[in-house]
Write a protein that binds this ligand. Structure first.
Ligand code: EPU
Length: 403
C-alpha cells in the first residue's frame, strides 16, 4: 500500500488535464485498505476511486483521498456445464480481462473489447458497447465500505444496473471501494451482432476466412475455438436493401428477431455463418480503432454524453422534422436518440477552441488537444448542451463523472 500527498493527477486520467489530489493511495490488499479506513477515516473525506481515469473530468483539485485499486489477478471462482465464473481484481486492465476470456473461448464480453479502463470501473458505469452491457455478465461485486471499512458483496440484483449507471455511481458514490468483480461467462457463446455495422464487420473476415459453412463445433469439442452457428439477420438487411438503419432495426424488431439467435445443430436455412468470439472481438476492435480516438494519443474520455432517452411523442416530432434521425426502441413508450448525431447536426464535429474540442470523426467525444483545462472542456460541454436543446428541444446528460 502506498500513500502519497499532493499528487498531480494529470497522468492518472485520460483527459490529461491538470488537477491535484490531497492524498493519493494505491493498494493491492483490501485488508490493508480496510485497516487504514478504520484507523483514519478523516483521510477519506471525501474519497474518489479512479481506475484508469477514463471516464472523469477534473474541473478542480480534489481535497480528499484519490484511491487507485491495484488488485490484480483473474481466478476461476466456480464452473458448471454451461458457465464459468471468473473473479477479477479491480486493478486488472479491462481489455486484458476481455482478451483472457476470448482466448479461452468463453462468451459474454467480446463486444466490450478495447473499452478503456479497469475492472473496478466496469460495474460503476455498467459499461456497454455494440449491443452488450456489463450488467448481463456481472454476478457479484465485492469491496470495502467507506467509512466503516466493512467488506461487502453486492449480488447483481442489488447493483441496480441501468444505462451507464449503477448503485455504485449513485447512492454508493464515494461510499464504496470496489476490490473485485465476479463475471459469469458462457461456455458456448451466444453472440450479439445486431448493433450497427457489427455483423457486416464480422462478415468481412468471415467471407475471407470461412472454410465450412455447415459445421457446428461445441465448447467441449474445442474450448479455445468455440464456434456457434448464428441465424443471420443479414438476410433481413439484404432483403431490405438500402432502406437505412431505422427501417432495418424496425423490421428486425417487428419480426421479433432483434435479439441474437443461436441456431441448433444442422443447417438453419438460408445463410449460415461460423463466427467465433475472436472474430467478434477483432471486428469490435477494428470499428473502435476507426471511430474512436486512442486516449493515450489524444486526451478524451470516450462518450462525453449519454444517448438521451425520450418519450414516443418527442421521437415522433423529431422524426417528422428530421427523417434521417437515428432512433432505437428503448422499452415501453421510450426511444433512445443518438447524442452523437444530434451534436453533429449542430455542427460541432471537428470544432476546436484553444486546446478543447470535439473529435473530427465522432461528435460525442470531447478532446483535450494538449493544454486545455477541465473548466474549458466543461464549458464547451455546456455550449454543446445548449445548442442541442435550442435546435432539438432535447436535454443531454453527461456520461463522464465531473469532479
Ligand atoms: N453519429 C453521427 N455523428 C457522429 C457520431 C455518431 O451521425 O458524430 C451517428 C452514427 O452514424 C450512428 C449513431 O449516431 O447512426 C450512433 O453512433 P455510434 O454507433 O458511434 O454509437 P453511439 O451511440 O454514439 C454508443 C456508446 C459508445 C459505444 C457505441 C457502440 C453511449 C453514450 N455511447 O455510442 O460507448 O462504444 O455506442 O456501442 O452509449 C463510451 O461509453 O465511452 C462509448 C464510447
Amino acid at each position: 500500500m502506498r500513500l502519497r500527498e499532493n499528487i498531480s493527477l494529470r497522468a492518472y486520467h485520460t483527459f490529461g488535464t491538470e488537477a491535484k489530489a490531497r492524498y493519493f493511495l494505491e493498494f493491492t490488499d483490501s485488508a490493508e485498505l480496510a485497516d487504514l479506513l478504520r484507523e483514519n477515516p478523516r483521510l477519506f473525506d471525501p474519497v474518489l476511486v479512479l481506475g484508469s481515469g477514463s471516464n472523469l473530468l477534473f474541473t478542480r483539485d480534489f481535497p480528499g483521498m484519490v484511491i487507485r485499486p491495484a488488485v490484480t489477478g483473474i481466478t476461476v471462482e466456480k464452473e458448471d456445464d454451461h458457465h464459468v465464473w471468473l473473479r477479477a481484481g479491480a486493478g486488472v486492465v479491462w481489455d486484458d480481462f476481455v482478451r483472457y476470456a476470448v482466448e479461452a473461448g468463453w462468451g459474454g464480453v467480446e463486444n466490450l473489447s478495447l473499452i478503456p479502463g479497469r475492472v473496478g470501473a466496469v460495474p460503476v458505469q455498467n459499461i456497454g458497447a455494440y449491443g452488450r452491457e456489463a450488467a448481463s455478465v456481472i454476478s457479484s461485486v465485492t469491496g470495502v465500505a467507506v467509512p466503516s471499512g466493512e467488506v461487502r458483496e453486492y449480488g447483481a440484483a442489488e447493483c441496480r444496473f441501468g444505462y451507464r449507471t449503477s448503485i455504485f455511481k449513485e447512492e454508493l458514490r464515494e461510499r464504496f471501494i470496489i476490490t473485485s468483480v465476479v463475471f459469469r461467462l458462457d461456455r458456448v457463446p451466444e453472440l450479439v451482432l445486431e448493433y450497427g455495422d457489427l455483423r457486416n464487420e464480422v462478415e468481412i473476415k468471415d467471407e475471407a476466412g470461412n472454410e465450412n459453412e455447415n459445421e457446428v463445433k461445441t465448447g467441449d469439442e474445442e474450448r479455445d475455438k468455440v464456434k456457434v452457428k448464428i441465424k443471420a439477420e443479414v438476410e433481413i438487411k439484404k432483403e431490405i436493401g438500402d432502406e437505412g438503419q431505422n427501417d432495418v432495426e424496425a423490421k428486425i424488431s417487428s419480426t421479433n428477431r432483434f435479439d441474437h439467435q443461436v441456431a441448433g445443430p444442422g443447417p438453419v436455412g438460408g445463410h449460415n455463418i461460423d463466427i467465433t468470439v475472436t472474430d467478434v472481438r477483432e471486428a469490435v476492435i477494428r470499428i473502435r480503432r476507426r471511430k474512436l480516438p486512442d486516449p493515450s494519443m489524444l486526451g478524451n474520455a470516450g462518450s462525453f454524453f449519454k444517448n438521451p432517452v425520450v418519450g414516443a411523442s418527442t421521437a415522433a416530432r423529431l422524426r417528422a422534422a428530421y427523417p434521417a434521425i437515428p432512433v432505437y426502441p428503448s422499452g415501453e413508450g421510450l426511444v433512445k436518440l443518438s447524442a452523437g448525431w444530434l451534436i453533429d447536426q449542430c455542427g460541432w464535429k471537428g470544432f476546436r477552441k484553444g486546446d478543447a474540442g470535439v473529435h473530427r470523426d465522432h461528435a460525442l467525444v470531447l478532446i483535450n488537444y494538449g493544454s486545455a483545462t477541465g473548466k474549458e472542456i466543461f464549458k464547451l460541454s455546456e455550449e454543446i448542451c445548449r445548442s442541442v436543446q435550442e435546435r432539438f428541444g432535447v436535454d443531454l446528460e453527461r456520461e463522464v463523472i465531473v469532479v
